[in-house]
Ligand binder design. Structure first.
Ligand code: ATR
Length: 273
């Protein structure tokens, strides 16, 4: 049986094994997919051991940078992200490092929610690893501009500078004054602390702006609640991004794109239940 896995620490909460087993069932692909608790100080050793037999792996917190270093080849989006969430064994034993997070988010927005990114004014909140991973795929959609706002303004400015060859990207603090945006994406980890990025609600145009929180949970996230209170046309959480990044990885490994809709529906049902 072809073997795949997800590496993480902790890993018990991961939904990836269930998602990939559902994809495999749906597409009639014979494969196994397990969760692997890699030691914090030896991701590389653990991954090498797995890849003696294994064909592909996903990588989650805190190993995405380690996986980037382990890969012998990188996709352009992984190189830009500085992080790898998907590894694929190559003929000859090398390891391809890819990053499907941004493509997953982009696909969730465009395909599942019909959001047009071309020509859009996009505000991205946060300047950490999660945001770095989405900038290349977003810019590939040719938005009018991307503004990155972060608690530590200098980090946003630096990140914007690294991507400015790909489009109109600017960075700054949360105190930005600007026209309302078409799309606002929360990529900060503020919700984990039950906090909100303190941005001006006038950046939402009531009935027009789409808000997207890369986090998800049983209940509506703090950011999406705030967005709804200020009239956002739609408030979307990151569960679709999770399923779509997995679908992109499955496509890379197996050459078949699974139908994400029934899997997303099942996960949503479980999350609510
Ligand atoms: P991740 O991989 O989830 O992006 P990270 O690289 O540690 O994690 O980045 C966390 C992001 O959330 C950063 O942009 C961080 O802001 P700083 O760069 O100023 O630290 C942001 N963040 C974390 N807690 C926050 C909070 N309570 N309010 C606003 N932003 C927060």
């Amino acid at each position: 049986m072809d073997r795949y896995c997800v590496f993480g620490n902790p890993i018990g909460h991961s939904k990836s094994p269930q998602i990939h087993r559902l994809f495999a069932e749906q597409t009639g692909q014979a494969l196994s997919y397990d969760a692997r608790l890699a030691p914090l100080d030896d991701f590389a050793g653990n991954a090498r051991e797995f890849f003696v037999e294994g064909l592909g792996g996903n990588v989650t917190v805190p190993f995405k940078e380690d996986a980037y270093r382990l890969a012998t080849e990188l996709s352009e989006r992984a190189r830009r992200a500085g992080a790898v969430n998907t590894l694929k064994k190559l003929e000859g034993g090398g390891l391809l490092g890819d990053n499907t997070d941004g493509a997953g988010l982009t696909r969730d927005l465009r395909v599942n929610h019909g959001v047009v990114l071309r020509g859009a004014r996009i505000l991205v909140l946060g300047a950490g690893g999660a945001v770095r991973g989405i900038l290349e795929p977003f810019l590939g959609q040719q938005p009018a501009c991307i503004v990155i706002a972060n608690r530590t303004a200098s980090k946003a400015e630096q990140l914007a500078g690294e991507f400015k060859d790909l489009g109109d990207v600017r960075g700054g603090g949360f105190d930005l004054r600007d026209e309302p945006f078409d799309l606002i994406v929360n990529g900060t980890s503020a919700s984990l602390a039950g906090e909100l990025p303190p941005i001006d609600p006038a950046l939402i145009k009531p009935g027009h702006t789409v808000c997207y929180d890369m986090m998800y949970g049983k209940d509506v996230t703090a950011f999406n609640r705030w967005a709804a209170e200020h009239g956002a046309a739609r408030c979307i959480d990151g569960l679709g991004m999770l399923v779509e990044q997995a679908a992109e990885a499955f496509l890379l490994w197996r050459g078949v794109r699974p139908d994400s809709a029934p899997v997303l529906e099942e996960l949503r049902r479980q999350l609510k239940g």
